[in-house]
Design a binder for this molecule. Sequence first.
Ligand code: F6R
Length: 608
Amino acid sequence: MCGIIGYVGKKNAVPILIDGLKKLEYRGYDSSGIAIYNDNSLSIHKSKGKLKNLENKIEGKTLYSNLGIGHTRWATHGEPADVNSHAHTSTRETIAEIHNGIIENYLELKSFLQKNSQCVFKSETDTEIIAHLIDYFYEGNLFDAVYNATQKMEGAYSIGVICKDEPNKLIGVRKDSPLIIGIGENENFIASDIPAILKYTKDVLLIENNQFAEITKDNVKVFDNDKNEIKSKFFKVTWDEECAEKEGFDHFTLKEIFEQPKAVHRTLHHNIKNNEIHFENINITKDELKSFNKIYILGCGTAYNAGLIGKYALKKFAGINAMCEIASEFRYNDPIIDENTLVICISQSGETLDTLQSLRLAKEKRAKILSIVNIVGSSITRESDYIFYTLGGPEIGVASTKIFTCQLMGLYLLSLHFGNLLRRISDDEIKFYINELISIPDKIQKLLDDSEKIKQIASEQFQNESIFYMGRNVDMEIAYESSLKLKEISYINSFAIGAGELKHGTIALVKDETFVISFATQEFLFDKMISNIKEIKARGAYVLTIVKDECKDISDLCDKVLKIPYTLDIFTPILSIIPMQLLAYHISVMRGNDVDKPRNLAKSVTVE
Ligand code: F6R
């Protein structure tokens, strides 16, 4: 949600800002804008809608500047409109500013400024208040003015600020919304995320919450909330620009689906040596693990669905009965937490506000936090005791695909490790399971090699207005994830259900030609699934069933059967999701949707 980019250097900032905003498009936005210093004044250009509108607006204008800020907005306060787009300026047009987050006390600050200054408000946003407030405090030192303004601001914000009277300086502030600093040669950057600056530098400074950066083309100084200068963590990006490009695929989503063999392989092999598990950032001892009398797994959307499967793995391998909860519910549900609680937070972005706030609630109550996160240095990782990084590389498509399978791999490894620590599984058994996991990337590849088959099914079903999914045990959880994937990119009405639950109400929806996808990969539940399939077939449903390669022939029972390579029951979700991601993708394309940026969705949900 909302993307920020800022530049100070020797080059023309305008194409750098536009290019950076393009790289941040995946975050979701409805308008965009830039502010640059030009000829002793600040020049602002903004437009509702796609970035193309902004580009068209500035085309033909000779805009040149060595200093600028740019923004993609995801509307919260005030509708998507030119006037509500960022950057916002103060009334005297001395200050220009961009913001990601929400200023919770903006109404209070607005009436303060209306009483105490001459400022005139132009937009309906909470963000505009920041420009006026900084100008209110401005006495010739931009850094001090920004600092003083933030002391009055409540809520979440990362901001980028420039000033007409200090045209060599860019200020960045981070509080509960992401912001990184890119270090270049004779140029420096701020951005919401690494892809925005990767074309220019791989050297990144991670600033923490409540920190301020004063940036010129040759220097970056970072200060804490007491204005003490501090040394920030330096981070070298290990992936390159191509990773954030489509590389010949029509969409990022498709590219990311096809990257899964590599992404899952990397996530697995980084954590094993000689068929033993070695984690870099998880040093929980056996005694510590034994001391936890409660384990929660938290996440939102796809991350939550991964957690649902992790719950089964923890039970199977470690005998641990974990509770998996949606982070947005958990926080408001009086969870019972104490120092003997372990909370496992799963998040691709590491910035999802509900997950982050649940983590904070748990920490306040002295729980230990283990996070499974993709983005290095993100807020969730900074506040965690233990971290498992999914090594999937950047995920640009809004629908999570490769990071879901990497999260599953992380959860399998974690469960095996815990099981081994508690001596529920022996060293030999763990080697056996790891060998099975080692075979997974090739099996994913095999499914991808068969993608034409899925495209064919998509072409038969893309005009359908509802698609149901059912399964039992981990197959039920993968049904949830398959349904979510379909909904979010195809906009087809869909739900998933435990197959045994069908006859308690939902079967009333099944009629002639209702398309039902059923999962029957769990050997011990195979016969039960067959009964459920018969129930819906008897009501006219058109049934596609996912089974393991070597299972009994059920082709006369179903309309279509899709086979996944053989693996142990507990590991099937990491395979059976692949054809379901492909199905959602192809249906979305056939319906003419914007697959990578589905309507109303943002990649990183930093508001409640
Ligand atoms: C669905 C999807 C979302 C995210 C959810 C959590 O494809 O991407 O449901 O899984 O918004 O996001 P993270 O994982 O960044 O916390």
